[in-house]
Every structure is written in structure tokens, then in C-alpha cells.
Design a protein around this ligand. Structure first.
Ligand code: ZN
Length: 345
């Protein structure tokens, strides 16, 4: 007869087999646990889960919460050896990993080519329509700024938003740390594009009517610092616009439920939805909290579905996602993206 947990020492061996050094003196849970010798034993899995949960409750994040600054967090799971943590205070979800300017630059060295070829198709008409809609709202919110509002696009990439903003009458500048993307943006728009981190940008304070961060804030090591810098660059009453993936999106909820319900055996959906470039996973609440703490008034939040037209998917994957769309459209809180406008207090 097979014993559930054969011996005390084997139980600890099993527990330790779920951990691996994370390179910063701590340990990460190994996401895929396939200990065949225990698979047939339900009670072994139950007991192991209890031990894992105990460890999760006492997990001490190495990074402060990127939304509220709290140091208390709960370990949710790991992706590619990197812990994914939920803040005990504001429930913000983030990768518990420390980056510096050098490691961020390294991560984005090839970003322009890999991002577009691996994950997404290029900018298309649907994306431009989305950008136009957001710029129209920005324009409305800064009506007092006159006919030529000054706009700064942080993380401008190859200049898609700058291009549309110029057509909409904005006077534009961009910031982009990827040199090849910044070159493309300059060539395509003729706008000044600063190739540096926001913190190092030599721009006069109080000089912009609108600052946009379109799919950018989730990439930042220190959103609180960068939002404070953006606020300093805005004129009094200036508007900050943010677009970011929604942590409460339905696909993420399904992936996390699969992981929990299978005693951590099914992790591949998490590996698709959580990845190294996205250091933060905001909800409406955690994003609002960050902005309110930084001295902004929230003017509007709009939930929108993922832009499926740009995803590189097989025919089957695309069909499955389009079948999910009606569900997503009926329930805005679980949609894929959060668009938020906030005014400098
Ligand atoms: Zn927090």
C-alpha cells in the first residue's frame, strides 16, 4: 500500500523540492510541481498545500508595493522563478524583483523587435481608433489650455500616439528608453524624443497640459516615483492619462483559479499572462490609490476589452477568445484594460 506521506523527513524533502534559490538570498516556489511519487496521494498534496500556504502567509517581499509602498505582501505564485506578490494593504499585484537602470536597459535592448514580432502585430487601424478616442477625451479635459496643448508621451515606442496626437492638434514630445524605437518615433513624427528614463529627462516643470502613459506604467520599477515626476511636469490642472492591463481581467481570474484548483499543477496559463516585462498588475482600486496618493483627482475610468486584433494567435485560439468576448462585454469590471484620466490637484 502506498503511504500518503511516508516519513517526516520525506515531507520536508518534498517541501524543499518546491523551492529554488531566487538569486537574491531568498527562495522562490517552483511553479510546475510534478512529484510523481506523490501524485497518487491526495493527502500528501493536501498537506503540502498547507505547508505552502503557511509559507505564503509569512512571505516577506523584497520590494515595497509599487502602488502604495507597503512592505507586507502575500506570495501568489511564481513565473519563471520570479515571485508574484499581492500587497496586503492595497491588493496590488507585482513581480517581487529588483531592477536598476542597467537591468531595465538590458531588458529593453531588443524590445522593439521582439515585442512586435513575438506578441503583437504592428499598429493597425483599430489601435489608431483607440488612441484617437483617448486623445479626444484628453483634449476635452484640457479645453482651457488653448488651441495648441503641450503633450508629453512617456514610453512613446515607435511614435504611434505622437503621430495621432499631432494630427489632433497637440504639440508633442516623447520619452523612450529604447534607442531604436526612439529613432523610429523621431523619423515618423519629427517630434523631439528624449532617449532616457523619465527621472533623467531634462524638461521644465509645469510645462505640459497632458501627459500620456499608454501601456507603460506596468513596465516601471518605481511607478510612485515616476508618477510624482509626471505630476511635477504638468501645469496646475494638467491631465495625466494612463492605459494599463487589468489584473481583474477574466482570463487572469481563470488562470489563477486553474492553478489553485489543480493544487498548483496547471500553471501554463499563468506563464502566458504574467511575464518579466510587466512588473505591476493594477486593478481599478490600486491604480486609483496610486494617483490619489500622488496628488491627482480621478476624472474618469473606462474599462475596455483586450485589443485581440493585434495578438499573434492560432485560428483556434482566436476563435476561443472571440467566443469569450460577449461575456467580457457584459461585465466591464473583468475586461482587459483600464483607461484612467486624472487631473493634477
Ligand atoms: Zn500596496
Amino acid at each position: 500500500m502506498m503511504s500518503a506521506i511516508p516519513l517526516q523527513r520525506d515531507r520536508w524533502a518534498f517541501f524543499n523540492s518546491l523551492l529554488e534559490p531566487n538569486g537574491s538570498g531568498g527562495y522562490s516556489f517552483i511553479l510546475r510541481m510534478k512529484p510523481l511519487e506523490y501524485k497518487k496521494s491526495h493527502s500528501a498534496i493536501v498537506r503540502a498545500k498547507k505547508m505552502v500556504n503557511t509559507h505564503m502567509l509569512t512571505y516577506a517581499p523584497t520590494q515595497a508595493c509599487r502602488a502604495c509602498g507597503s512592505s507586507q505582501g502575500e506570495l501568489l505564485f511564481s513565473v519563471s522563478g520570479c515571485p508574484v506578490v499581492r500587497c496586503a494593504q492595497c491588493r496590488h499585484v507585482f513581480l517581487d524583483i529588483a531592477h536598476n537602470d542597467g537591468s531595465i536597459e538590458e531588458m529593453y535592448r531588443q524590445y522593439g523587435s521582439t515585442y512586435e514580432t513575438v506578441y503583437f502585430e504592428g499598429i493597425n487601424a483599430g489601435v489608431e481608433k483607440n488612441i484617437d478616442r483617448f486623445l479626444a477625451r484628453c483634449r476635452k479635459y484640457c479645453a482651457a489650455a488653448g488651441p495648441k496643448p503641450q503633450l508629453l508621451d512617456i514610453g512613446c515606442g515607435s511614435g504611434a500616439l505622437l503621430n495621432r496626437a499631432q494630427l489632433a492638434g497637440f504639440v508633442c514630445q516623447g520619452i523612450e528608453i529604447s534607442a531604436p524605437l526612439a529613432d523610429q518615433a523621431r523619423q515618423q513624427t519629427g517630434c523631439p524624443v528624449h532617449t532616457c528614463f523619465l527621472a533623467d529627462a531634462n524638461l521644465p516643470e509645469g510645462s505640459f497640459d497632458v501627459i500620456t502613459m499608454y501601456d507603460v506604467i506596468e513596465h516601471l520599477q518605481s511607478p510612485r516615483t515616476d508618477i510624482a515626476k509626471a505630476r511635477a511636469l504638468l501645469r496646475p490642472g494638467g491631465v495625466l492619462f494612463l492605459l494599463t492591463p487589468n489584473e481583474n481581467a477574466l482570463p487572469r481570474m481563470i488562470a489563477k483559479a486553474c492553478y489553485r484548483l489543480t493544487a498548483h499543477a496547471v500553471s501554463s496559463p499563468l506563464e502566458v499572462l504574467y511575464y518579466a516585462h510587466h512588473l505591476s498588475y493594477f486593478t481599478r482600486a490600486s491604480l486609483s490609490r496610486l494617483l490619489l496618493d500622488a496628488g491627482f483627482d480621478i476624472m474618469g475610468i473606462h474599462m475596455q476589452p483586450y485589443d485581440l486584433s493585434r495578438l499573434r494567435l492560432s485560428l483556434l485560439q482566436r476563435a476561443a477568445l472571440y467566443m469569450l468576448l460577449p461575456v467580457l462585454m457584459c461585465c466591464p469590471p473583468v475586461q482587459g484594460k483600464i483607461a484612467l484620466w486624472a487631473r493634477k490637484r
